[in-house]
Design a binder for this molecule. Structure first.
Ligand SMILES: [Cu+2]
Length: 147
């Protein structure tokens, strides 16, 4: 009987760490995704894009970029990849002084369908130049495969 008790104790110890760390999840149905915007073409601008579900049909997108230049920087969600930027899927507010907060009429899930990017242009005048970009990772197919 002593051995059995010891084994049970060891089992409890082994189970104890489960549930520590990891993603913050399930806070009143809110979920957020923070992506790292990588600089493009030596722009010197990198930063983050934070996507937060805003109800079932909208997503709040906050873009923050380092080393902002003077002019406002148009920013969008496009299809494609950072190497091959496709058409605009949803416009974002222009990044001013390195920050923009937008609400897009697409649910977060939809933005995670794969093949979409968040990026910022150098300026209105230099709109062909992309300064920072990130590909929105495709969401896992179903719950239960989470990390
Ligand atoms: Cu764009």
């Amino acid at each position: 009987m002593r051995r059995k008790g010891l084994a049970l104790f060891a089992l409890l110890l082994a189970l104890a760490p489960v549930g520590c760390g990891g993603e913050e999840e399930g806070v009143a149905g809110e979920s957020a995704l923070t992506l790292t915007l990588a600089e493009q073409k030596d722009s010197g601008q990198s930063g983050t894009a934070t996507l937060t579900a805003d109800g079932d049909a909208q997503t709040r997108v906050v873009v923050e970029l380092s080393n902002p230049p003077g002019p406002a920087q148009p920013s969008h969600i496009h299809s494609g990849t950072c190497d091959d930027i496709g058409p605009v899927v949803a416009p974002l507010e222009s990044v001013e002084d390195g920050k923009a907060e937008s609400v897009v009429s697409m649910p977060l899930e939809e933005l995670q369908r794969g093949g979409l990017i968040v990026h910022a242009h150098e300026s209105e005048a230099e709109s062909k130049v992309s300064v920072a970009c990130v590909e929105i990772p495709k969401a896992a197919m179903s719950k239960g495969y989470g990390y």
